[in-house]
Design a binder for this molecule. Structure first.
Ligand SMILES: Nc1ncnc2c1ncn2[C@@H]1O[C@H](COP(=O)(O)OP(=O)(O)O)[C@@H](O)[C@H]1O
Ligand SMILES: [Mg+2]
Length: 333
């Protein structure tokens, strides 16, 4: 009996300790609902991906969490504070890198860190220490006295992150932090995200790069203001994917996609989705084994070489497309 009570008590304590809690969060701009009754929790030290297409409501959600705009309805808690009534106290513990995060181009890297350190009220000693830590974290050693304007994209991005976390926040909101930087810099940036999470910092990150979404511990998909799915990437792949994915490799992907789409429209091969992923084609079908041969035949009849045709685990992008389609057409089965 006592054994059974302990986990329940622990669960309650853990859920109270969740650093970010949104319940039925809603934001209306006039008649338009940008965020519609969204609920989610982020656990301590977690990297939570907040994903969705442009205009889905990601930035609006973050602005409410930061206390920059007031929710129209719903409840919020960030580190136990109410962002609406305890804005200043909460903000002292929260970091934010916005899509338009501005570094001063005419200041050096070091001067930017000092500037933001002062904005956050760090004293001289704390600032000197943080400055060193951030320069090291961002890999800026040797470049600390370069003008920010002359730093390349990846360094600027890491410096922007450093400035956003100069006050050692316990929760960090990153809004498309890797937009527009090259693949290697993106990977390095994710290394920094995990280094912070491993020290216990809780992180919410938005991205439209689905390969990055796979790196998150849990994700929430938002579409037209609604949360359409949430869970770990693996959970979502197992529970939210409607259909199975066949991946086709062919030297002529554009023509193959055209043919497959024609077959889909005509209804001769009733699959759910055909899309190009880089050089490969993903076809979402009700049953991979049944559809494999007819698809191969269709393509080979038109002299399109099929180098491989495999039943694969869906990507998060497949899951996202499938989830959005289902939420738009709830009757579809
Ligand atoms: N201040 C505002 N007034 C009116 N509409 C807004 C305002 N801010 C955002 N929106 C609208 O809300 C929707 C969600 O925007 P946003 O949260 O920026 O999306 P995302 O960050 O997912 O691209 C968009 O349609 C946007 O035009
Ligand atoms: Mg946005």
């Amino acid at each position: 009996m006592a054994d059974k009570e302990i986990p329940a008590v622990q669960a309650a304590a853990e859920s109270r300790a969740d650093p970010v809690i949104a319940e039925d969060l809603t934001k209306r701009f006039g008649e338009f609902t940008a965020v519609d009754r969204v609920s989610f929790r982020i656990h301590p030290g977690e990297v939570f991906g907040w994903l969705g297409p442009n205009g889905a409501g990601k930035t609006t959600t973050i602005r409410m969490l930061l206390g920059l705009i007031r929710p129209s309805a719903g409840k919020l808690s960030v580190l136990g504070y109410d962002p609406v009534t305890e804005t200043k106290t909460m903000q002292a513990h929260v970091g934010y890198m916005s899509q338009l995060f501005t570094l001063y181009n005419d200041l050096t890297a070091r001067e930017n860190i000092r500037f933001y350190g002062k904005v956050y009220g760090l004293n001289r000693k704390a600032l000197a220490q943080r400055q060193q830590e951030i320069i090291q974290m961002a890999g800026l050693e040797g470049r600390e006295d370069m003008l920010t304007a002359n730093l390349s994209g990846g360094w600027k991005q890491r410096l922007a992150l450093g400035c956003a976390i100069v006050h050692n926040p316990r929760v960090i909101f990153l809004d498309e932090p890797t937009a527009g930087v090259d693949a290697i810099s993106r990977r390095e940036f994710w290394g920094l995200i995990y280094a912070m999470a491993n020290k216990g910092t809780t992180i919410l990150v938005t991205t439209h790069y689905m390969d990055e979404a796979e790196l998150c511990q849990r994700v929430g998909f938002i579409n037209q203001g609604r949360l359409v799915a949430a869970g770990t990437p693996d959970e979502l792949k197992q529970t939210h994917m409607h259909g199975q994915v066949l991946e086709i490799d062919t030297p002529d992907p554009d023509r193959a996609v055209r043919l497959l789409k024609e077959a889909q429209t005509k209804g001769s091969l009733p699959f759910e989705e055909v899309a190009l992923y880089g050089a490969q084609i993903h076809v979402v079908v009700p049953n991979a084994e049944e559809f494999r041969q007819p698809i191969r035949k269709l393509l080979e009849k038109e002299n399109i070489q099929v180098s491989s045709l495999e039943w694969i685990m869906p990507t998060l992008e497949d899951v996202f497309i499938s989830t959005v389609r289902e939420s738009a057409e709830p009757g579809l089965q």
